[in-house]
Design a protein around this ligand. Structure first.
Ligand SMILES: Nc1ncnc2c1ncn2[C@@H]1O[C@H](COP(=O)(O)OP(=O)(O)OP(=O)(O)O)[C@@H](O)[C@H]1O
Ligand SMILES: [Mg+2]
Length: 291
């Protein structure tokens, strides 16, 4: 299944989708594929964690199946549910048409594949080869993490009414976390871990140029340089790559080809999302924009 020959090969394939991975990320990504291990990505918001899973799926021409975690998520939202309204409808039809049907038989027909609502984890097991993205695992609770660990270890689940479903080929699993809480050691042990940092200046310029080819090199460099300086300001919410791209897009949309104090001030809302941060940056805009 693993068609990727090396870390450099993976980096080149990701680049083909517009995702620029540095050597560390490409290497851990390659190892995750080669060793069949889930990849756990942590990092500041907007550093390309989610985008990496999308890029891997696209680069390998695999289906991406996404499980977005949130507070209170439980295994029914991840695995499967029964389509209750359709089951009731089916029951009514059976009652109306075959009065002599055995209770057991009716019951069996109720828990049939037709009424199964497969959720992301079950779909990933059944439809693998696929990429399963478990996004923002830190939002889920301990119990859900334990459930996930079990599935990721065995690649199978048991549905009492249907039996055990096992992945023929394990899915490629990417988990992301924004570290609002620590992921447990047991899950970490199962995974290969990588912390994605904000990109360096050169890479960030390249990311802008790749994602937004309409933006000039000069503007891309000005935006990237200013964002890199903002990140040193100890802001409440330092801008991620997502904000860099939004900022470049906004300035470009104004029809300006250069970042000056005026265009920067007018578009600051694309890059900073807290009043305190905006005020802070406005004070030192001249210095931030200096070449
Ligand atoms: N290395 C990269 N190469 C190309 N594009 C990138 C890279 N890193 C980030 N991006 C782009 O930046 C944007 C934000 O990335 P993404 O949503 O994946 O961040 P995230 O780490 O998942 O953030 P969050 O923690 O807020 O969910 C996306 O549009 C993504 O394509
Ligand atoms: Mg994300």
């Amino acid at each position: 299944m693993n068609v990727v020959g090396s870390a450099a090969d993976l980096a080149a394939r990701l680049r083909g989708t517009g995702y620029l991975a540095d050597e560390g990320l490409a290497t851990v990504g390659y190892l995750a594929l080669a060793l069949d291990r889930p990849l756990l990505l942590e990092g500041e918001p907007g550093t390309g964690k989610t985008a990496l899973a999308l890029a891997i799926a696209e680069a390998l021409d695999l289906q991406l199946i996404r499980l977005q975690c949130y507070e209170g998520i439980d295994s029914t939202q991840a695995l499967y549910d029964w389509d209750f309204p359709r089951q009731i409808l089916h029951l009514r039809t059976v009652e109306a048409t075959s009065s002599g049907a055995e209770v057991e038989e009716v019951e069996r027909s109720l828990f049939d594949e037709r009424f199964l609502l497969a959720r992301p984890v079950l779909r990933a097991l059944r439809e693998s080869p696929a990429v399963l993205l478990v996004d923002e695992i830190d939002r889920a609770d301990d119990e859900f993490e334990a459930f996930l660990l079990e599935v990721l270890s065995t690649h199978e689940v048991t549905i009492p009414e249907l039996g055990t479903i096992r992945a023929e080929v394990p899915p490629i699993v990417v988990l992301t976390s924004n570290r609002t809480r620590e992921v447990h050691d047991a899950l970490k042990r199962r995974c290969l871990y990588h912390w994605i940092d904000h990109p360096g200046l050169e890479r960030e310029v390249e990311i802008i140029r790749t994602r937004l080819p309409e933006v000039s090199r000069r503007l891309a460099e000005q935006v990237a340089r200013s964002v890199q300086r903002m990140r040193e300001l100890d802001l409440l919410k330092p801008p991620g790559v997502a904000e860099t791209l939004d900022w470049a897009r906004a300035i470009d949309a104004l029809g300006t080809d250069a970042l000056d104090v005026q265009s920067a001030a007018a578009t600051l809302g694309a890059v900073l999302k807290y009043r305190e941060d905006s005020e802070r940056v406005r004070e030192s805009l001249d210095r931030l924009l200096a070449s």
